[in-house]
Design a protein around this ligand. Sequence first.
Ligand code: C5P
Length: 403
Amino acid sequence: MLKGKHIILGITGSIAAYKAAYIIRGLVKKGAEVQVVITPSGKEFITPITLSALSSNPVISDFFSNRDGTWHSHVDLGLWADAMLVAPATASTIGKMANGIADNMLVTTYLSCKAPVFVAPAMDLDMFAHPTTQQNLERLRSFGNQIIEPATGELASHLVGKGRMEEPDKIIAVLEDFFERGTLLKGRKVLITAGPTYEKIDPVRFIGNYSSGKMGFALAEACAVSGAEVALVTGPVSLQIHHPNIRRVDVESAAEMHQACQEIFPTVDAAILCAAVADYRLDNPAKEKIKREKSGDLLLHLIPNPDIAASLGKVKKDNQVLVGFALETNDEFQHAAEKMERKNLDFIVLNSLRDTGAGFRCNTNKVSILMKNGERTDYPLKSKQEVADDIVKQLGSILNARI
Ligand code: C5P
């Protein structure tokens, strides 16, 4: 998977810099081409001679070559790369990356880099736990960068805690996994619905629900990272997309979501319906704000919304895959299996409100996947990103088995 890949390895001033030598060796052994960019303090920990010998490329540290004054183009480097890995990444470099402080070649290259970026922090446990570091890492995550979490163990300070840079073989495995995933849905088109729907009561009020859209957005990113072109039809949420291969379609009501899905579905290979669609809407929303003084008891007449999943299930072609979600509170497996049947889904992702850490608004989820043929996989509590990866793997294996 790493054969022929162009990797920029950013090295910063941490005692873990010696491990960068092993990372280069591992990457080169697997056929990757490595270009090292090192910060001035990184050179205090490991010599450029070691790094250039291992990578068979000159090491870049300055904006200009000291030898002949030629400019090192961070723009060209950013375009050349298939991935950028910053390992080890100090608190200082993470802070600079998170805030655009481009006072060295490494951060300048990071800002020019169009390829996916991986960051392997290495620092003392208290520095890692500090809110500044954690906020900066969160900011990098929000840019779509992948943080390779440090391990817990003995640190250079002899203190024991979380902050040890992950081992080189594990870091290389993360990159390999990334490039492998990039082929899973290559050339596929996927429709995803996410978030709640808002059903108008009057010009200022609506009926909504607690869905945050986090699961659907994580799915959109996971599908895009796996090589798919994604259409993300989302209700009102305060989330942002990062991957360039995601086309976002904002809708408000179930009727709008339904219409968008009907238009897009015939053009895709698969649809994952993650939205918490309101089951009912007002028959006749008020044109003007309803006044409390005038209305006394307020009766809202609700009529059923279209079931988007069921309507797509009706027109689904043999080569299309339809995936739904079921959020249940009781008799979970039975209800989910019935839903899968009724909506003509290929598989259904079940989460129960009885499980803590699952469902609306949280960053984690605990799901089971039920397949049409009766197979069932129960997963442990995971981040919504990891759950999205599990769902994408199932989707990829179904689509790829059909070729
Ligand atoms: O029937 P229930 O709402 O529990 O089904 C959940 C699944 O159906 C989810 O995949 C959800 O996105 C989808 N759904 C839909 N349109 C609706 C209701 C649910 O697409 N009106």
